[in-house]
Design a protein around this ligand. Sequence first.
Ligand SMILES: NC(=O)c1ccc[n+]([C@@H]2O[C@H](COP(=O)([O-])OP(=O)(O)OC[C@H]3O[C@@H](n4cnc5c(N)ncnc54)[C@H](OP(=O)(O)O)[C@@H]3O)[C@@H](O)[C@H]2O)c1
Length: 360
Amino acid sequence: MISKINCAILGCTGIVGQRFIKLLENHPNFKTTFIIASDSRVGKKYGETVHWLIGGNIPDDIRNLEINRYDLQNFIEKDIRIVFSAMPPDIAGSIEKELADNGISVFSNSRAHRYDEDVPILIPEVNPDHIKIVKEQLKRRKGFIITNANCSTTGFVMALKPLLKYDIKNIYVSTYQALSGAGYPGVSSVDILGNVIPYIPGEEEKIVKETNKILGFYQDKKIRNNNLDIFSSCARVPVRDGHLESVVIEFNKEFSIEEIKKCFNDFKSDSTLHTSPDNPIILCEDPYYPQPGLDVYSGKPERAKGMCVSIGRLKKQGKKLRFFLLVHNTIRGAAGNSILNAEYAIQQGYIKQNGGKKKI
Ligand SMILES: NC(=O)c1ccc[n+]([C@@H]2O[C@H](COP(=O)([O-])OP(=O)(O)OC[C@H]3O[C@@H](n4cnc5c(N)ncnc54)[C@H](OP(=O)(O)O)[C@@H]3O)[C@@H](O)[C@H]2O)c1
């Protein structure tokens, strides 16, 4: 019989932490048994202290779970083998390192380790072979860290991946990013109500850097970054969930819209995982779509809702292609992608479902 792996969530009360709690409910591989938040909540029951923001009910087994302070010894005593991290990067960095050094598999949303040479920024549909770099981590520590991209980058690279076979000259991306991307309470209502803020510190640089790492090549036990010429502009808009992005790609050669649509429609994952959507990209033919308010939970089956990238408004002008994409920033752009990464790590033998030593 397969027993579920005990998991902990770091930052369980935040926007991403809440998504983890909900997406892990009834998961076939993982069971949330340990939860961490800031000192002010330590000792309180989850259901009594959390400001639940994501709709639906708090899972029954989590409602009465006590919130803890981070302490490595507790993780070891409670046989926590997987940690899902949703903490601010300044705190996450040293904690994630300590956990990985001590044999725990860490799936992180923070940027703290994204640029470490032997840490992948993994999206199973996009760069599955980058998981092999984990073997280099396992030479220096007992566990490992696998990170997610920043939320706007995830949607962007999922759309770029099927188009890489064309000769790309340069790419322009402009984002319209939801409030939940800034965490809770995030941006003040006075600042954002009826407004758009045309600056998100660090975001434009992250899109360029992370995209070139994710779309880089795994060679000679290293990830060699790509060198795509990307110009990004990021804005915060008064939308609750879902980052909309306008993408313009200039190619060196001619193409047709029909070919591009076929690339998007044919894009499939090499591996089917519990949280995988049937189709990672959904094309919208109606020019009024995709809309954050209407399409952000797209994806089939039910358990993969919010895991798809919706794409619409394809337009060609000379060798330039324009489209809009929509990604759920806290599901595909955060917790959902981390869970997919953990499922992929099990499938690839980096984590043993029933415990015991990893053989890779
Ligand atoms: N939001 C997104 O769309 C998104 C997407 C991708 C990646 N990320 C990344 O994911 C991480 C979490 O983001 P978020 O949006 O969920 O942020 P958030 O809503 O601000 O939540 C932060 C969480 O970390 C906890 N925390 C803060 N300080 C702590 C401490 N000293 N010790 C233990 N726990 C502490 C908070 O606990 P309290 O509630 O007790 O303060 C809360 O549970 C960040 O690194 C962010 O950059 C976010």
